[in-house]
Design a protein around this ligand. Structure first.
Ligand code: G4P
Length: 294
């Protein structure tokens, strides 16, 4: 896999986070609601021990609404405050300040008791590249702030973004590295466009995505590709083999044929990925809270 993050970059980011953690009251990790496991960096838990945590499930406009509810309940159950957001259109972002104050209610109460009314609350924003950090911060701040540099290894001075009189965001160190623990993480990040899809060949990606969607969202596939019915998965048939058959069925329907009447499955795979990313097939979530417990 062509991974963009190297140990040196991770060490640097980690050092910046550990360095800055003492300056903030809470940590907000922005996740992609479609892939809350793959877009999460579990190392954050160790680096932020003891800090109240807020999880933003971003891109809810692209995720399965039922699954977003489940994910929100899951993270609440872990003691995190949760905000569902579509940072692009601004849905949910207005609740950020109130959510932070609720999360820090005890602390704010004790400040008030000590007469420190109006003390500024600071929140560190973290997230992998492309998850929507800048868009989210801009919406929450109500204006355009500088784009966080997301090339690994590029150091930027820390940036405090005032939200209101009593709330500031720290959007650096900001950028987390994705954790490519297993192949499915790399694939999920490629489907959603968080990493370039040259990490795997397009046809392999297409087979896996098609197999997942065929199994979990069959109606979306039959409707989008005008299939009377979906070929059923055979016993012992793996993702690649099943996904390949679905690509063939969809490609045939679209008329993507090559010499000898065979289906151009590579072309179909590219189309599938483009249409998935463009939201043309529907709203899907590719990971479940049950997988998190495994
Ligand atoms: P980053 O700072 O974490 O790297 O991410 P950034 O905010 O730059 O967002 C990356 C892309 O994701 C942007 O699209 C942005 O508009 C889009 N985005 C962010 N949040 C959401 C969301 O909740 N829903 C949807 N649908 N998209 C979101 P872009 O193509 O790079 O730019 P543009 O087309 O918006 O100009």
């Amino acid at each position: 896999m062509n991974i963009q993050w190297y140990p040196g970059h991770m060490t640097k980011t980690r050092r910046m986070i550990v360095d800055q953690i003492k300056n903030v009251d809470a940590v907000c990790e922005i996740l992609d609601a479609r892939i809350p496991i793959s877009s999460r960096n579990p190392d954050v838990d160790d680096m932020t021990v003891g800090k109240p945590r807020l999880v933003v499930l971003n891109r809810v406009d692209q995720a399965d609404p039922e699954m977003t509810k489940k994910w929100a309940a899951y993270f609440r159950g872990k003691g995190y405050a949760v905000l569902e957001s579509d940072a692009k259109s601004g849905v949910g972002t207005a609740k950020f300040a109130a959510t932070v104050r609720e999360l820090l209610a005890d602390k704010l109460k004790s400040y008030a008791e000590k007469g420190q009314v109006g003390r500024v609350v600071r929140v560190m924003i973290l997230g992998i590249p492309n998850v929507g950090k800048s868009t989210f911060i801009n919406k929450v701040a109500g204006r355009k702030t500088a784009k966080t540099e997301d090339r690994p290894g590029v150091t930027r001075s820390k940036q405090w973004v005032p939200i209101d009189r009593n709330l500031e965001l720290l959007d650096t160190p900001g950028i987390l590295w994705p954790k490519f623990d297993d192949q499915s993480v790399g694939m999920n990040l490629a489907y959603t466009g968080a990493v370039k899809d040259d990490i795997l060949d397009v046809e392999t990606l297409g087979c896996h995505l098609m197999s997942y969607l065929g199994e979990n969202y069959p109606d979306a596939i039959t409707t989008s590709y005008k299939l009377a019915e979906l070929p059923l998965r055979e016993q012992e048939e793996n993702d690649i083999a099943y996904g390949y058959r679905l690509l063939q069925a969809a490609g045939r329907k679209r008329g993507f044929l090559i010499s000898g009447g065979e289906v151009d499955t590579e072309r179909m795979a590219k189309i599938l990925l483009d249409e998935y990313r463009g939201g043309k097939l529907g709203r899907f979530t590719l990971e479940t809270p049950e997988q998190m417990e495994k």
